[in-house]
Design a protein around this ligand. Structure first.
Ligand SMILES: [Zn+2]
Length: 404
């Protein structure tokens, strides 16, 4: 048996007036995904454990069967894996944004979506000036970078900068969660202040200001953690080997710790204009030589964040016509049976423009097995599915059929 999970990030939604009370999944023309529902078995899955915000990293860890409270060590550590940077014993990793501060307030969390090249110059400059001892900076993508702190304690409270635009930065500096986090909080706040002195007149920022762009005039470290202790999917589920295909570093990082090999697809953007056909092709190619493929497509989530209902419907139709259909057509010809799962990680309702923790619908279709009574794939139909209401690692337990 081979396995492929096709995950449409943030695809689930709520009924929307402009769709006549339907959800985007109900309104979209998606014959291939509905065919899977009609011939497979459906269910609902709770992907966000209580006490956790419904982030993609949390929901994707759950989908892959991980116990989130046990394994989650922050965004920085997951992105480090996708960047190929090991986290050693005694080190703490953090996501380190480049942000824009104006009149002492956080103007944005992304330094005006700074380019990779500009950001790399700034991060390398900070590494020269501040790095090398207990602190090391590593350049990532756009505003998303990595900071490692030797001897750092994760007993600190940090603030995601995208949650607090317009807030005076001094009000949301790092705080200790208890006495053991005091030294780390102090050190990180020193680094934030020092970065502001160093970045203020850096040539990259002077040039950005001259062009009317937001300067990257502060670092913002958040989401601390140590090296995740994640059992691989190979050891847990007896899978021989597998790949992860995603444009998103967080998801690739989860895949790496899960023991999956990341595959790069040219033109995979993480947006609605992504190379759907290329990702589908890469997935079926990988499935010929591997047991397990985790194919993640970000586009629907972005449409949800933009509150763009028509675009969200279109991203679901693209996923159907340009990803699910070609994969289904190809694997249906194979002698070896294949299990295909289609699901989102969490809802990103267009009305709210952010993630929610509501359970998501899923379908599992196996080329050698008959299905249940559910005929279409959406948030309501799946509630009548024969898998019922699952949570945590129960999805993977159902999806993977162990050798008897
Ligand atoms: Zn997501």
């Amino acid at each position: 048996m081979k396995y492929i999970i096709i995950l449409g990030d943030g695809m689930a939604d709520e009924p929307i007036d402009m769709l006549g009370g339907k959800t985007p999944l109900q309104a979209a023309d998606k014959p291939a995904i509905d065919w899977l529902a009609a011939h497979g078995r459906s269910g609902m899955l709770a992907t966000v454990p209580s006490g956790f915000a419904p982030g993609s990293e949390i929901a994707n860890l759950s989908v892959l069967g991980y116990d989130v409270p046990k394994v989650f060590e922050g965004r920085g550590s997951l992105e480090a894996a996708s960047m190929g940077i090991p986290i050693e014993e005694g080190e703490m990793a953090m996501r380190c944004n480049l942000i824009t501060i104006e009149d002492g307030k956080i103007k944005n969390h992304s330094a005006g979506h700074i380019s990779n090249e500009e950001a790399a110059q700034l991060i390398e400059f900070l590494q020269q000036e501040l790095g090398g001892g207990d602190v090391n900076f590593f350049p990532g993508v756009s505003y998303r970078h990595l900071l490692k702190l030797k001897g750092g304690s994760k007993r600190i409270i940090t603030t995601p900068p995208h949650d607090v635009p317009g807030t005076p930065y001094k009000e949301v500096l790092v705080r200790p969660a208890d006495a053991s986090g005091e030294a780390t909080a102090k050190r990180l706040n020193e680094l934030i202040e020092r970065s502001q002195e160093l970045l203020a007149n850096h040539p990259v920022n002077l040039a950005r200001k001259a062009q009317g762009k937001d300067p990257a005039n502060s670092i913002w470290p958040w989401s601390p953690g140590y090296r995740p202790q994640m059992e691989t999917l190979m050891s847990r589920y007896g899978i021989k080997n597998g790949v992860v295909i995603s444009a998103v570093d967080l998801i690739k990082g989860i895949g790496v710790y899960a023991g999956l090999t990341p595959i790069e697809v040219e033109g995979a953007t993480g947006l609605y204009d992504t190379n759907y056909e290329g990702k589908a092709q890469a997935a079926t190619d990988a499935l010929k030589t591997h047991d397990f493929v985790f194919l993640h497509i970000e586009a629907s989530d972005e449409a949800g964040h933009e509150g763009d209902v028509a675009l969200k419907v279109r991203t679901i139709e693209y996923l159907d016509h340009r990803v699910v259909r070609p994969i289904l057509e190809e694997v249906s010809k194979w002698a070896e049976p294949v299990s295909i799962a289609v699901l989102p990680d969490h809802p990103t309702p267009c009305k709210l423009r952010t993630h929610t923790s509501a359970p998501i619908p899923f379908v599992i279709y196996r080329t050698n097995e008959s299905g249940d009574d559910v005929q279409v794939f959406d948030e309501f139909a799946a509630r009548k599915g024969s898998y019922g209401n699952l949570s945590g690692d129960q999805f993977m337990e159902c999806f993977i059929q162990r050798e008897k």
